[in-house]
Design a binder for this molecule. Structure first.
Ligand code: FES
Ligand code: FES
Length: 154
């Protein structure tokens, strides 16, 4: 076990855990932020996506010891009232079906638009490509990313 001070959703958190613990389990089991989901555990599905200093990363493959003082943002911290432009677009298009993959989809989409507020269809496809949706909501996801981009650029 080792002590870590993490910045999660703008709050300082002190934890005493095994240094190899993936951030996904730190979030879910230790901090009880369960919006971030476990899908595959091997960086292949994107369900566990969070932001590390604004970049989308797979928390199932992110050991707590590698985080340092970087800021972690989860779906719970993306906006105060669930009104981030991506979240609003998701509501407008009614994207989710079962919902399981959607926190990861939203975190990937919001990181993309933060870096590239006006992505082309191809750029959206490339950025979202690694986020698997078993319900096949891909068409609605692309539509919602475009609506979010329009609203950010308005
Ligand atoms: S659970 Fe992390 S990528 Fe699938
Ligand atoms: S909405 Fe069901 S897995 Fe994506």
């Amino acid at each position: 076990m080792a002590k870590f001070n993490l910045n999660i959703n703008g709050k300082e958190r002190e934890l005493d855990v095994d240094p190899t613990t993936p951030m996904l389990w730190v979030l879910r089991d230790h901090i009880k932020l369960v919006g971030t989901k476990y899908g595959c555990g091997i960086a292949q599905c994107g369900a566990c996506t969070v932001h590390l200093d604004g970049t989308a990363v797979r928390s199932c493959q992110l050991p707590i010891s590698s985080v340092g003082d970087k800021e972690i943002t989860t779906i719970e911290g993306l906006s105060e009232k669930g009104d981030h432009p991506v979240q609003q677009a998701w509501l407008e298009v009614d994207v989710p079906q079962c919902g399981y993959c959607q926190a990861g989809q939203i975190m990937t989409a919001s990181a993309l638009l933060e870096k590239n507020p006006n992505p082309s269809d191809e750029e959206i496809e490339t950025a979202m490509n690694g986020n698997i949706c078993r319900c096949g909501t891909y068409t609605r996801i692309k539509k919602a990313v475009k609506i979010a981009a329009n609203s950010i650029n308005a």
